[in-house]
Design a protein around this ligand. Structure first.
Ligand code: GLV
Ligand code: MN
Ligand code: MN
Length: 412
């Protein structure tokens, strides 16, 4: 029986990590940047070498297909993303793409003959860095976001996706073909690092993901009155940043007391204008990232935060505007695929536990058009979205082997 070629996979992960917009070991690869295109070329060339048939859609979702003996059957798909947020590590997303490719090569070396085609996907812009919304490619593929709304999404300089696309090779592609119908895939299975501490802490090799937490994101603008930091006495102030600070703490308190231990709220962006040391903040723009396994407690948290925002604004004489970036329901993974992951792990003698994904993934959207699950492996200290993100070769090897077994089980 052939082995997973972990040495080769490790070299490929390292080589991809070298394509970064910042000083290594940090990885930053923002969608449609020069480095993003260079990384795509690297992945495409590896897929080509493996004899896979390549296709790119009109936003750059990349598909690499190992054609089965009955190409008329819906394929089984795997994959993830290769874009990386600022100062990220080398495994988030990349494991699911290059590890997915290695799972395919492993099956090829074993002499496995798939009946269904097996397709590797590298999704466009899983990370929200450029366009403010995560899972852009998979949202479009699953019809969870309309093309019209997507094309109007703008970056921080006001440049739209439509404008960015004009400078990509994807302009020639038919935009109607981005959308995939329900049933296009027989199954979707995504391999990913856990991005949390559970597997490592509890000593499990593999996580079989049963649910994916429901993410929501909001943008809030608060406006007060600017002025001279020396000249305006405290009782006369309408300081937008002081209002924002109160709101951040009110949000924290709403999440902490939501009634669900799984509610998490984060303000990760805060822009202060005019942003001068001796000037009272006149405007603040901030983002809220709010997630939960349960929709009722997530909604309750946002209601409480919104009420707090209104009270703070009224008391401080601020005007506030809040808008929804996304409000997505949670996903339930396919029970048969979860069981297939457990069976594969057990057969190989790996310990496996069922768990939820607290991070969002393209699987959240693929689950709307195909039976879906995720395979998690441990990562050191649960760290992710930071340069020292790490999973060992042994941990990765186990994840790839289980993925290969699950793909083979569905494809044969
Ligand atoms: C994905 O990167 C997430 O923020 O969950
Ligand atoms: Mn990420
Ligand atoms: Mn990811």
């Amino acid at each position: 029986m052939s082995q997973v070629d972990i040495a080769r996979l490790h070299r490929e992960i390292d080589a991809l990590a070298a394509i970064t917009e910042v000083e290594p070991p940090a990885v930053t690869r923002i969608i449609y940047s020069e480095k993003d295109f260079a990384a795509r070329e690297q992945v495409k060339s590896l897929c080509h070498e493996a004899g896979l048939e390549l296709r790119e859609d009109a936003v750059g979702n990349l598909f690499a297909r190992w054609i089965g003996t009955d190409p008329s059957l819906p394929a089984v798909a795997t994959g993830s993303h290769i874009d990386a947020i600022p100062q990220a590590g080398r495994f988030d997303g990349v494991l699911g793409v290059l590890g997915g490719l290695e799972a395919i090569r492993h099956l090829q070396r074993e002499g496995f003959v798939p009946k269904r085609s097996i397709e590797l996907i590298a999704f466009t812009s899983e990370e929200p860095t450029r366009f403010g919304i995560g899972c852009l490619g998979s949202r479009l593929m699953s019809g969870s976001l309309s093309l019209e709304n997507a094309l109007a999404l703008a970056d921080k300089d006001g440049r739209t996706l439509a404008s960015w696309l004009e400078e990509t090779p994807y302009t020639a592609q038919d935009r109607a073909s981005i959308l995939l119908e329900n049933g296009h895939y027989q199954a979707f299975v995504e391999l990913h690092i856990e991005q949390g501490p559970v597997l490592e802490r509890e000593g499990f090799d593999i996580g079989a993901v049963t649910h994916i937490a429901a993410p929501a994101a909001y943008r809030i603008e608060m406006a007060g009155q600017g002025g001279h930091a020396g000249g305006v006495l405290m009782p006369a102030r309408h300081d937008a940043l002081c209002g924002a600070a109160e709101f951040v703490l009110a949000l924290e308190s709403a999440a902490t007391s939501s009634g669900s231990p799984d509610t998490v709220a984060t303000v990760g962006v805060l822009q202060v204008s005019p942003g001068a040391i001796n000037s009272i903040p006149a405007q603040v723009e901030l983002t809220v990232d709010l997630r939960d396994i349960r929709l009722d407690t997530r909604v309750g948290t946002w209601d409480a935060a919104t009420t707090a925002l209104e009270n703070i604004s009224a008391r401080r004489g601020l005007t506030t505007h809040s808008s929804v970036i996304n409000e997505d329901p949670p996903a339930t993974c396919d029970p048969a695929l979860v069981a297939a992951t457990e069976t594969a792990a057990k057969k190989r003698g790996y310990s496996c536990q069922r768990m939820i994904s607290r991070a969002y993934h393209d699987s959240l959207f693929l689950s709307r058009i195909a039976p879906t699950t995720m395979i998690f492996i441990p990562c050191r200290n649960g760290w992710s979205h930071r340069p020292d993100e790490f999973s060992s070769p042994e941990q990765i090897e186990k994840g790839v082997a289980v993925l290969a077994d699950v793909l083979a089980a569905v494809a044969q």
